[in-house]
Design a binder for this molecule. Sequence first.
Ligand SMILES: NC(=O)c1ccc[n+]([C@@H]2O[C@H](COP(=O)([O-])OP(=O)(O)OC[C@H]3O[C@@H](n4cnc5c(N)ncnc54)[C@H](O)[C@@H]3O)[C@@H](O)[C@H]2O)c1
Length: 254
Amino acid sequence: MKLLEGKKGIVFGVANERSIAWAVAKSAVEHGADVAIGVQNERMAASAQKLLEGTPMKQFMCDLNEEGDLERVTGELQAAYGKLDFVVHSVAFALREDLSEPFINTSREGFRIALETSAYSFVAAARALEPILADDASLITMTYLGSLRVLPNYNVMGVAKAALEACTRYLAYDLGGRGIRVNAISPGPINTVSARGVKGFTGILSVIGERAPLKRPAEQAEVASTSIYLLSDLSKGVTGQILYVDAGYSVMGM
Ligand SMILES: NC(=O)c1ccc[n+]([C@@H]2O[C@H](COP(=O)([O-])OP(=O)(O)OC[C@H]3O[C@@H](n4cnc5c(N)ncnc54)[C@H](O)[C@@H]3O)[C@@H](O)[C@H]2O)c1
């Protein structure tokens, strides 16, 4: 069954074939959507271009920390698609030292960079794109359990994810009057470029394999299929929620 037939949307955060965003974009196309992908800069654009060959997807370059980029890309998207039915925000960044040193040493600048890129960029994107969103559009972002629990070395990114989850609820309230829904998916650890930036990441993966109810980590494709549910009309009554796709790890007490 094609759940996104006739829908158009953009997926921000494609860096390479392992990116969660890429799994979501591919799955959205399989479900009949017309999909644009958002890439941060020319380096990402070059690697995404190879992925796009032979697909109907178009790419748009946009650094979500740049208001000018957001304004330009909104105009480009409007010209290409008219209204958008969905937006996927799969974007995060923190300084490498802030994902390995004790949290207490987080610099003011490192804190600003992590929060701006990983939480505020969702707000900025929602605001810039709002004029071209359809009245029943669906927006999603990607968060992580580090927002609620301490995961060693996740550090300032956990603080950013806590902010991102609160942003999800406030955006859901602001946009709900138009029927626009805003939700977050909380994937378990998945081997991607961003995840490998967290010191000790492979250790986290092996703990999940031992302790999660499903005895394995969740995969990109599973995050993608839950994304399709949230982007589709199947989830029309769902907004402001955090949905875990983590092989059940988050329910464990030990
Ligand atoms: N991989 C995991 O274990 C995991 C678990 C839970 C949540 N997440 C979240 O999923 C999302 C995607 O991460 P991923 O694991 O696919 O890694 P990834 O490195 O493939 O994707 C991160 C993306 O963010 C983009 N980005 C960073 N700064 C940006 C900016 N200023 N403007 C535009 N784009 C920018 C990068 O270009 C990249 O495409 C992130 O929010 C991450 O925190 C990942």
